[in-house]
Design a protein around this ligand. Structure first.
Ligand code: PMV
Length: 332
């Protein structure tokens, strides 16, 4: 038997701007996906998203899992019983498919190569390729890298010496080759001891639609490129504040980032409402990820009060420490 857990993620700064080469900052959160693998007589899968019992394993219904079993590991051993438990909201921008892919990669590695240690960079690349395979060849490495490495990760179009460089990666997409540099930053103790509260609106908007919406608004109004540059400046100020442990300054940067995302047209009334209601009890608050629904995130020292505010607004809260650890194996 082998069990692995991989965390979800939340984007703090730079969503959408990252698509145009600017940096984005993501942190691992406490919630995530656990995958437990057992040898068995027949293939079976249980996914806590959908069911409480084992079902027939169907390749087309489980594209991430199937890709890892067949294309990454070329697995030809006995049938597997695959048990998936998740405490992430799904289709909410919290990186649940990357967490699933990373947990599956780590668990299958343990099952097939019990002596081998997990290489986090290798795991991030496995997760990224599984996502790209399931998403017509288009995926950013943000979710898979943050889930594998844990802590706080900076993704940008090119290497930047201001942050610790971890690895470079690329992907052949239908639009040509894309390249990214993955960095990591050390969080100040004051930041690691603070809380993030995520609020899920319950509305889902596919990331691809939100990204193409921004692209068409940019085409109509090229002045919006200045907003992308402004987001980069906010991201850099936010990163400095994270390293220095200045919670107030991180919050100000989060608030400013939300205003820019509104100008890009990706917020919604539900997100704006939760963002403004949670600000009373937070250092800062913003939508996180693609927008159009999904989640907002607040930085706070009073997580219960913020969670209550999210519930009052009709959202579902999720409280997390800031920058949790990356994917790991669990003792069985
Ligand atoms: O909501 P998510 O986690 O899918 O965030 C997408 C972030 C974008 O910058 C909007 C797109 C991307 O590929 O980085």
């Amino acid at each position: 038997m082998a069990t692995a857990f991989a965390p979800g993620k939340c984007i703090l700064f730079g969503e959408h701007a990252v698509v145009y080469g600017h940096p984005a900052v993501a942190v691992a959160i406490d919630a995530g996906v656990e995958v437990k693998l057992d040898f068995s007589d027949e293939w079976g899968i249980k996914n806590s998203y959908y069911a409480n019992e084992y079902m027939k394993y169907q390749e087309d219904k489980n594209p991430h899992i199937h890709y890892i079993i067949n294309d990454v590991f070329n697995y030809d051993g006995p049938p597997l019983r695959i048990n998936i438990e998740s405490n992430l909201f799904s289709a909410a921008g919290l990186g649940s498919s990357a967490a699933l892919s990373n947990a599956m990669g780590a668990a299958l590695h343990k099952l097939t190569k019990p002596e081998g240690k997990i290489d986090r960079i290798e795991l991030a690349k496995i997760g990224h390729s599984a996502e790209a395979n399931a998403q017509s060849g288009r995926a950013s490495p943000t979710d898979s890298a943050t889930s594998s490495l844990g802590g706080c990760v900076v993704v940008s179009g090119k290497k930047n010496d201001d942050w610790e460089h971890v690895f470079d990666t690329s992907l052949m997409t239908p639009e040509g080759e894309r390249k990214w540099s993955i960095h990591s930053i050390d969080l100040h103790e004051k930041i690691s001891n603070s809380w993030l509260v995520l609020g899920f609106t319950g509305e889902a908007a596919p990331t691809g639609d939100m990204v193409s919406g921004v692209a068409s608004r940019l085409k109509k109004n090229p002045a919006l490129y200045d907003e992308m540059k402004a987001i980069e400046n906010i991201t850099k100020a936010g990163l400095k504040a994270l390293e220095l442990g200045n919670l107030e300054a991180v919050g100000i940067a989060m608030n400013s980032c939300h205003e820019k995302l509104k100008i890009l047209g990706v917020s919604t009334p539900a997100l704006d409402n939760m963002v403004s209601m949670t600000r009373q009890h937070s250092f800062g608050s913003k939508l996180t990820g693609a927008g159009g629904g999904g989640c907002m995130v607040a930085l706070t020292s009073n997580p219960e009060r913020v969670a209550q505010e999210i519930e009052i607004c009709g959202g579902r809260p999720l409280i997390s420490k800031f920058g949790s650890k990356g994917a790991y194996l669990r003792e069985n």
